[in-house]
Design a protein around this ligand. Structure first.
Ligand SMILES: [Zn+2]
Length: 184
């Protein structure tokens, strides 16, 4: 007799082996863990988002200046228009991403949500959590938090939530949740 999931030889009568059974129990426990204890949001902060278009501003400024030097006023107006539209689109896109992103902490797992897409990591499968900030994020108390899995690659199993507001308070809260988990 063989395990119906992994095909391993079974010593006793049954459908699945003990390791598959354990895996199944773990998944079921995770699915049943619906008690939300904490939620992280990605913040949309126009002031911060504007700092991210710096390269774009510089290029457009050069193009506008060059057009004026060439006395091509029509072209200069066109580049000014492109700059305004570019910044507006950038702000709209970053707002849409922010309102659709969250990280929910349950008793046993953390779930990253973007629209209908979900990624789940059990605390027991979590290798480490780190946060970092660039210069402007520091000014606005924002931070990016990365969740790295014990097994598998960061790209497939891990996730990140960017621009978390009040990063220091939120970071302390996460440490508290994950710390309490480790003491069990
Ligand atoms: Zn098996």
């Amino acid at each position: 007799m063989r395990c119906k999931i992994c095909g391993a030889k079974l010593r006793k009568e049954g459908d699945i082996c003990t390791s598959c059974y354990k895996e199944y129990c773990k998944e079921e426990a995770l699915d049943n863990d619906t008690n939300e204890i904490f939620k992280l949001y990605r913040q949309y902060l126009p002031k911060y988002q504007l700092t991210r278009f710096f390269d774009f501003y510089m290029i457009m400024l050069l193009l506008i200046a060059a057009s004026f030097v060439q006395k091509a006023i029509g072209l200069a107006i066109f580049f000014i228009f492109v700059t305004i539209v570019g910044v507006a689109v950038g702000l709209i896109v970053s707002k849409r991403i922010a309102v659709n992103t969250s990280c929910i902490f349950y008793e046993k797992k953390v779930v990253h949500k973007y629209k209908d897409r979900k990624k789940t990591l059990a605390y027991s499968d979590l290798k480490n959590v780190t946060y970092y900030q660039n210069f402007f994020q520091k000014l606005f108390k924002l931070g990016d938090i990365q969740f790295r899995p014990e097994l598998g690659t960061y790209l497939t199993k891990g996730f990140e939530i960017k621009n978390v507001p009040n990063i220091e308070d939120n970071w302390a809260k996460i440490q508290e949740i994950l710390g309490a988990e480790k003491e069990d």
